[in-house]
Write a protein that binds this ligand. Structure first.
Ligand SMILES: Cc1cc2nc3c(=O)[nH]c(=O)nc-3n(C[C@H](O)[C@H](O)[C@H](O)COP(=O)(O)OP(=O)(O)OC[C@H]3O[C@@H](n4cnc5c(N)ncnc54)[C@H](O)[C@@H]3O)c2cc1C
Ligand code: FES
Ligand code: FES
Length: 456
């Protein structure tokens, strides 16, 4: 594989590199750029945060779970490349001024996250820094540093990188398809090819499980799959749309999804992770499937010469078994519009950056106080994301009140036989799912539960 990209403003062309080399390993081992730290090597701590720049802008990502082919034709900025010769970047100066660093191990990651946020004019520091862990300074000084950096000017190198990218020789490789036709051909020839989109799952297969995933194809360059388009009654999401793109879209288009998507991993992970990957991995604890199933989303699956559209709920057959034929891939997701009664609840041990123990999505159609229809879907309650069909049937046609909710009590165990694991016990899962219906009732009655409120 021959790849070209910019590193701290300098063009790089690399050949004969193992495609599953992480950006982090390459920076530290091959370039001796050791400012980017390795903490967890699985996307959790943010010590390895770097900035990726392309025509869409700048975004913070975790270098430990980004493979080199994923930065082909893009510009990469590490902590070594963000100051100028005569001055530190304002984020660096603010960290000094506000005593934001003690041992310093996390500091390059915090600063790169702050710089990406500064370029994007994003001052929601709770969100932009949720993916960076610090074990000694404490977050208050770091937060103050981020606040002090607000309103400072984006670095000149960001604009230089964007303009230099236009003249950079393009990396071309058979395993870097740029169209769905090319991808369909690859899969027709080698159906066992591992597709890599954001690599936030696959990166862990390499780093932690030491798996051999050859043959593989990197699909992030397929631009026709990276857009969100509006249609008369639905939105079409290309499979490569990132979770962060979706989160930003949701603010105006489907606000009840925003709280869930904001608690999906961290900014760095959301900037890489794709919606297609979150569905295709078949995980029973992925956060988007319950919400999408509750909304009645459909999946468009492509294969050389054939396309089929199925209900997303039917894609998940059994644990580890999806309705994906040999040679097929997820091309797009169709999401019906205006789901006013949708509410999604993520239950996890930690508020930020945690995987769901239970994730529930409720979408009831209520008219004149009566439940006309119900779609309720859960993750973490079965081997697949699954609808609560018995509960739905029990609610439908009934008055929307607490008596109806109480009457559905026994139906939950008909729908779900959850497992006990490190995230939660089976009993906890079942009772929290039941309780979420009550929370949904209060939410729809304009009496929402404030889950971060602490009261004695
Ligand atoms: C630190 C961390 C935190 C996380 N937190 C969350 C969380 O809060 N909620 C959550 O739901 N998930 C979470 N995840 C899991 C992960 O981010 C998601 O599952 C993600 O959406 C996967 O997308 P991806 O593009 O990175 O997939 P990849 O890792 O690239 O691929 C995942 C799987 O999908 C397949 N695939 C990808 N695209 C396609 C396609 N178009 N067609 C067919 N197959 C395809 C791949 O071959 C692979 O089998 C977390 C992961 C990490 C590392
Ligand atoms: S080393 Fe922890 S997120 Fe990469
Ligand atoms: S300063 Fe030591 S981990 Fe943050």
């Amino acid at each position: 594989m021959k790849l070209s990209f910019l590193l701290n403003g300098e063009p790089q062309v690399i050949e004969d590199v193992e495609p599953t080399t992480s950006v982090l390993d390459w920076l530290r081992v091959n370039k001796r750029l050791t400012g980017t730290k390795e903490g967890c090597n699985e996307g959790d701590c943010g010590a390895c945060t770097v900035i990726v720049i392309d025509e869409n802008g700048a975004r913070a990502v975790n270098a430990c779970i980004v493979f080199l082919p994923q930065i082909a034709n893009k510009a990469l900025r590490t902590i070594e490349g963000i100051s100028t010769l005569d001055a530190p970047h304002p984020a660096q100066q603010c960290m000094i001024d506000h005593h934001g660093s003690q041992c310093g191990f996390c500091t390059p990651g915090f600063i790169t996250s702050m710089v990406a946020a500064q370029i994007n004019n994003d001052t929601n520091h709770d969100v932009t820094l949720a993916g960076n862990l610090c074990r000694c300074t404490g977050y208050a000084p770091i937060f103050r540093a981020a606040q002090a950096c607000e309103g400072t000017k984006s670095p000149k190198w960001f604009y230089d990188d964007q303009s230099d990218l236009r003249t950079l020789a393009q990396s071309v490789d058979a395993k870097l398809p740029t169209t769905t036709d090319e991808l369909a051909n690859i899969l027709a020839e080698e159906p066992e090819t591992t597709l890599i989109a954001g690599a936030t799952d696959v990166g862990l297969w390499i780093n932690k499980d030491l798996r051999d995933i050859a043959p593989m194809a990197f699909i992030h360059n397929i631009t026709e799959m990276e857009h969100i388009t509006e249609h008369s009654d639905h939105w079409k999401f290309g499979a490569n749309v990132t979770i962060e793109q979706m989160r930003v879209w949701s603010v105006d288009a489907q606000a009840s999804l925003t709280p869930l998507l904001t608690r999906y991993a961290s900014t760095q992970v959301r900037n890489s992770a794709t919606l297609g990957g979150n569905i295709a991995n078949g995980s029973p604890i992925g956060d988007s499937p319950p919400a999408l199933i509750a909304m009645g989303a459909k999946l468009v699956l492509l294969k050389k010469d054939t396309t089929r559209t199925i209900d997303l709920q039917d894609f998940f057959i059994a644990y580890g078994h999806q309705d994906l034929q040999s040679g097929e891939f997820v091309q797009s997701i169709l999401i019906p519009k205006n789901q006013n009664n949708l509410r999604c609840y993520k239950i996890s041990k930690r508020f930020d950056q945690d995987i769901s123990a239970v994730c529930g999505a409720f979408n009831l159609h209520i008219k004149d106080g009566m439940v006309q229809g119900a779609r309720i879907a859960f993750g973490g309650m079965a081997g697949i994301p699954k609808r609560a069909k018995h509960v739905e049937a029990c609610l439908t046609g009934q008055k929307w009140d607490m008596n109806t909710i109480k009457a559905s009590h026994d139906q939950w165990s008909q729908d779900f036989k959850p497992l006990t694991d490190m995230r939660a016990s089976a009993d906890y899962r079942l009772s929290v799912a039941r309780n979420l219906l009550t929370r949904y009732f209060y939410d729809l009655s304009d009496n929402p539960t404030e889950i971060q409120e602490v009261s004695a």
